[in-house]
Write a protein that binds this ligand. Structure first.
Ligand code: NAD
Ligand code: UDP
Length: 321
């Protein structure tokens, strides 16, 4: 297959490029490098089946040559990233998704939308099955991301229904692993870099939960969804749910860090709990996660510990939310 990966210089996108190339596909990565990094793709620079195009997908998307699939991941994803980009983020979900869908349509290609657990917002149903419609504040600060993804889902379904596009939607729950940006301000990166630097771990609230999935598991799910004709939406995530405080203690234990916990208020509209029901992924894709949180964190820690890049002032990344 020749696959177009938008957002392929980012954390998840770069791992997806790797997985596709490893099995023999050719890949065109389209990314504006707004939150992604060339560094994530450096190892692919001389790969004969890989091409990188620096481009903003909100401005249009034309790729010469055959296209068998379009995986649309381009969007700011971490809360500090999208809160700092309140206009670019909805544009990526609306114009970006429209352009990616049109590219797929022109080529009769499979289309995959990387949606998110954030479409469930602060859920009144727990854990979250795909049938649940969600509970999102449409005008809160996080809406630039959450509503953009909800709109992207609606647009994808409209193309699937009215234009017969072979489209699929995955809802990704919090995923972590090597190549996360040390500056993204997400909880796993903040806690890891803070623990490694010996500075306080910034705990916002602490009793809220997330379900953390290791990147290799997640990417296996993305590839399975690309290969299927399933429309979904399909939840992809690891149902092992932890509180933020439990995560902090786990990372402190794994690093042997004596960093204290620095308690801060919970940000506005921060979802109190997220856990996926993954029966649909198991049934339709034969997918389930295999890497537990402790093992995944060990692998992630090993990668962060080996990095020359010094984390920026992490407290700053935290304040920016
Ligand atoms: P990331 O920030 O590392 O990657 C996003 C990539 O998209 C970056 O490389 C960025 O430069 C690129 N991008 C952003 N706007 C663009 C534009 N207009 N044109 C071209 N490229 C653009 O984030 P990630 O964690 O790898 O997330 C990838 C996708 O998966 C996102 O759509 C995100 O919403 C979704 N997702 C991720 C998670 C997670 O836990 N990592 C959870 C739910 C959903
Ligand atoms: N969080 C925290 N400390 C941090 C960063 C995040 O306690 O330094 C909390 C945040 O308020 C949220 C959870 O951790 O409840 C997950 O945040 P993240 O930004 O990783 O992703 P989200 O699931 O909110 O998109």
């Amino acid at each position: 297959m020749r696959v177009i990966v938008t957002g392929g210089a980012g954390f998840l996108g770069s791992h997806l490029c790797d997985a596709l190339l490893e099995r023999g596909d050719s890949v065109v990565c389209v990314d504006d490098l707004s939150t992604g990094r060339r560094d994530n793709l450096r190892h692919l620079a001389d790969h004969p089946a890989f091409r990188f195009v620096e481009h903003d997908v909100t401005q249009g998307l034309y790729v010469p040559g055959p296209v068998d699939a379009v995986a649309h991941l381009a969007s700011p994803a971490s809360p500090p990233d999208y809160l700092q980009r309140p206009l670019q983020t909805p544009a990526a979900g609306s114009h970006g998704t429209e352009h990616a869908l049109r590219l797929a349509r022109r080529h009769g290609a499979r289309f995959l939308l990387a949606s998110t657990s954030e479409v469930y917002g602060s859920p009144s149903v727990h854990p979250q099955p795909e049938e649940y419609w969600g509970h999102v504040n449409p005008i809160g600060p996080r809406s630039v991301h959450d509503e953009a993804k909800r709109f992207a889902e609606a647009l994808t379904m409209a193309h699937a229904r009215s234009l017969d596009t072979n489209a699929g939607i995955v809802r990704i729950f919090d995923t972590y692993g090597p190549r996360m940006s040390a500056h993204d301000g997400r909880v796993v990166t903040n806690f890891i870099t803070q623990a490694l630097d010996g500075v306080p771990l910034t705990v916002y609230g602490g009793t809220q939960t997330r379900s953390f999935c290791y990147v290799d598991d997640l990417v296996r799910g993305l590839v399975a969804m690309l290969d299927s004709t399933e429309t979904g939406p399909v939840n992809l995530g690891n149902p092992q749910e932890r509180t933020v405080l439990e995560l902090a203690e786990l990372i402190r234990g794994l690093t042997g860090s004596r960093s204290p916990l620095h308690h801060r208020p919970v940000p506005q509209d921060d979802p109190p709990r997220h856990r996926p029901v993954i029966d649909r992924a198991a049934r339709t894709l034969g997918w389930s996660p295999t890497v537990g949180l402790e093992e995944g964190l060990r692998r992630t820690l090993a990668w962060f510990a080996g990095r020359p890049e010094k984390p920026r002032d992490v407290a700053l990344a935290s304040i920016e939310r």
